[in-house]
Design a protein around this ligand. Structure first.
Ligand code: C2O
Ligand code: CU
Length: 506
């Protein structure tokens, strides 16, 4: 492990601060990405859809992960990873609830990898965790599994222990859209790339590697300096003057986003990690931590064709955030600094275009009804504490770093359990668990402290510093000790550093 310094003592270098302030003043505070250059917008990349090939009643999705390069900055191209020929990220898989599917993953990298289906309900043998290594040149064909998830946005990404930060940073990942009849019956925008926009948010720092400039840094780093939306820097998108839907994934290594519009407009959260909510929840700000997804509706019907609006992240002073929120550290460089930290930054520039005929013009009043596991059925309650020997030491669960050969929890198949996760006193975290979708019951023991927008099915939960979250889940998917399920912090640097545990269900 490289030495880590305490991020609370990281000082924003004075000269960098002065330069940044000067650049902001010169640009009038608008049209800047990281504050140091005026912006030329690039059209938001929209990953292609992959619907699979059906034979014998089973739909197979063929994925191949390979190295590529992408022109992100003037000069040298950036070395990247992508699925199916993409120069960053991968296609969006479209799954229909109830269909039997299998995933066929070829590893064309020169190193080992695994591919995990984040949020999908499937057995451990198909889950793609750290034990399911795909050797270079090899192909992993999962067992067939039925799509059990509700309509929502899921994702896939490598899960190779201690390699996840590298492989995710280089661009290995993709979205999964599950469709079902309930969602299809609702008057929601669902024309992909037109009024239903996938938005994968992350950031990168560029460094010189082996004498080549413009390469992604993926060691001793928590935050990037430049925002990438679907791999696009300074992204803009044209959206019709009606109700539009954004499917947002925080695909970061560590940063949290506190999203909102520059004009302060209200938008509607309609769904979270594992399904739609009962009804839209109006908000002006929305926090997403790494691994989380939220779907939102934005009503552009009152906007003028040709006008613009900006989705931003309000990560600076005055935003209501405090130390512990990832990306609020007051430093522009170093392991826990970034040009995007401790400030408001642009996420997506929207140009309002003419309405499309047949587009959605009104917000739905209600969405779906869900039946959640009931507290009366809880057969076991567990507490899992995030621990560390002190600031700068690796995070662990209950004092134990990740061990591939140790099963940390044994769950009975079909059992309903409640789990309470405590964040500890050093930093915030993003807790994710495989094999289930859960319902958040309480924050710090209080049901009323759970946000209205996070009342739906979840697989990832924000754990603010010094807080606890309790969720309930029914463990219907099985996993044995050869392919156990994982629970971990989805701040990928914490995960790679050992903040991960394993459990079996049988
Ligand atoms: Cu998104 Cu265990 O992972
Ligand atoms: Cu963490």
């Amino acid at each position: 492990m490289p030495p880590r310094y305490d991020r609370r003592t990281a000082l924003r270098p004075l000269l960098a601060a002065l330069a940044l302030a000067g650049a902001l003043a010169a640009c009038g505070g608008s049209g800047t990405s990281s504050g140091d250059t005026p912006v030329t917008y690039n059209d938001l990349a929209v990953p292609p859809l992959l619907t699979g090939t059906t034979s014998g009643g089973v739909t197979t999705f063929d994925l191949a992960l390979a190295a590529s390069t992408k022109q992100l900055k003037p000069g040298a191209r950036t070395e990247t990873y992508g699925f199916n020929g993409a120069d960053f990220w991968g296609p969006t898989l479209v799954l229909n609830r109830g269909d039997p599917v299998r995933m066929n993953v070829r590893n064309d990298l020169a190193e080992e990898t695994t591919v995990h289906w984040h949020g999908l309900l499937l057995p451990g043998s198909a889950d793609g965790g750290p034990h399911q290594v795909v050797m270079p040149g090899a192909t992993w064909l999962t067992p067939a599994f039925p799509v059990k998830n509700r309509a929502a946005t899921y994702w896939y990404h490598p899960h190779m222990h201690m390699m996840t930060q590298k492989q995710l940073t280089l661009g290995a990942g993709g979205l999964i859209i599950v469709r079902d009849a309930e969602e299809a019956a609702l008057p929601l925008p669902r024309t992909y790339g037109v009024d239903d926009i996938p938005l994968v948010l992350t950031s990168r720092r560029f460094t010189t590697t082996s004498g080549v400039a413009n390469q992604f840094q993926y060691t001793t780093i928590a935050y990037g300096d430049y925002l990438l939306a679907n791999g696009t820097m300074n992204a803009q998108v044209s959206l019709p003057r009606q109700v539009v839907r954004l499917r947002i994934l925080n695909g970061e290594i560590e940063r949290g986003y506190n999203l909102g519009f520059k004009d302060g407009r209200t938008f509607q959260v309609i769904g979270g990690d594992g399904g739609l909510l009962a009804a839209p929840v109006p908000v002006t700000r929305l926090v997403l931590v790494p691994g989380e997804r939220y779907e939102i509706l934005v009503d552009l019907s009152g906007d003028t064709v040709g006008s613009t609006l900006d989705l931003q992240s309000f990560n600076g002073p005055g935003s209501g955030l405090a130390f512990g929120f990832a990306g609020y550290e007051n430093a522009t460089s170093g392991e826990f600094g970034s040009l995007l930290n401790y400030r408001t930054f642009d996420v997506l520039h929207v140009r309002v275009a003419a309405a499309r005929s047949g587009g959605v013009t009104a917000l739905p009043a209600t969405l779906v009804s869900s039946t959640y596991p009931s507290v009366g059925d809880v057969s076991r309650s567990r507490t899992v504490n995030i621990t560390a020997d002190g600031p700068g030491a690796p995070f662990t669960f209950d004092g134990l770093g990740f061990d591939m050969d140790r099963i940390d929890q044994f769950v009975t198949a079909g059992a309903t359990e409640s789990w309470t996760i405590t964040a500890g006193t050093i930093f915030s975290h993003s807790f994710h668990i495989h094999g289930v979708q859960f319902k958040i019951l309480a924050r710090n023991g209080s049901a009323s402290a759970v946000g209205s927008h996070e009342q739906g099915w979840k697989d990832t939960v924000y754990l603010p510093i010094r807080e606890a979250a309790t969720f309930i889940a029914r463990f219907d998917e099985t996993a044995d000790a050869s392919f156990p399920f994982m629970y971990h912090c989805h701040m990928v640097n914490h995960e790679d550093g050992g903040l991960m545990g394993q459990f079996t269900v049988h």
